[in-house]
Design a protein around this ligand. Structure first.
Ligand code: COA
Length: 187
């Protein structure tokens, strides 16, 4: 069983309250973000290159206006994972995933995949049949996450040009082609 699958403490009356405190601190929680998470999300993203670091205000907006399509995970009082996503108004049935971040200390345990699966199971997202995201050609981790998800969903992956480097103006930014995964049914 992966760490992130272990979301509840098994009932076990043989443990002392100190044992339970320690185990609760190790337990991974996953939930809808709140605006009080925005500063910690900003810090997490700053520690997860090559993601673009947006302003704290951007993360406040995501927590305040898009909590049902975003997700956070952590252990104790520490934030380990975050995904921002939204439903593009002109594309019914499509969830656009913006940033996926798992802190180094929590990587390699299936947390990113778990967060994406949890999102797709949210009430209100059951009509989603496609996931879109943009992924730099050099971002092997990101490609690994999304091709793994497509495999899990038994869904096709289509890639097409989206945000070319010149669209970023003076900022030097790599190409951001679009990956479209789907159609798929219930995750
Ligand atoms: C990418 C990132 C989110 C992965 O988080 P994670 O919790 O370690 O990922 P998971 O353990 O859930 O792995 C999910 C899949 O991605 C693959 N993967 C994860 N890291 C990878 C890497 N560095 N290179 C290639 N594949 C990788 C895993 O092998 C797994 O594939 P599978 O589904 O075929 O088994 C994390 O490394 C990160 O935040 N990186 C920096 C920010 C970034 O690049 N974000 C964009 C990601 S979409």
């Amino acid at each position: 069983m992966t760490d992130c699958a272990n979301l509840t403490l098994p009932p076990d009356i043989s443990h002392t309250s100190a044992d339970i405190d320690i185990r609760a601190a190790e337990q991974t929680w996953i939930r809808i973000p709140r605006k009080t998470d925005a500063a910690a999300i900003h810090r997490l993203i700053s520690e997860c290159p090559p993601l673009d670091l947006n302003s704290v205000y951007t993360y406040l907006l995501l927590c305040e206006h898009f909590p049902r399509t975003c997700i956070v995970a952590g252990r104790g009082g520490t934030l380990d994972g975050f995904i921002s996503a939204y439903l593009p108004p002109q594309r019914p049935g499509t969830l656009f995933v913006w940033q996926v971040a798992v802190h180094e200390r929590a990587r390699g345990k299936g947390l990113a995949r778990r967060l994406l699966s949890e999102l797709l199971q949210r009430p209100g997202l059951d009509a989603v049949q496609y996931i879109e995201t943009t992924v730099g050609p050099e971002n092997a981790a990101s490609r690994g996450v999304f091709t793994g998800l497509a495999r899990q969903l038994d869904a096709h992956v289509h890639e097409e040009p989206c945000f070319q480097p010149e669209l970023f103006g003076a900022e030097s930014h790599e190409d951001e082609p679009l990956l479209r995964i789907g159609p798929f049914g219930a995750a």
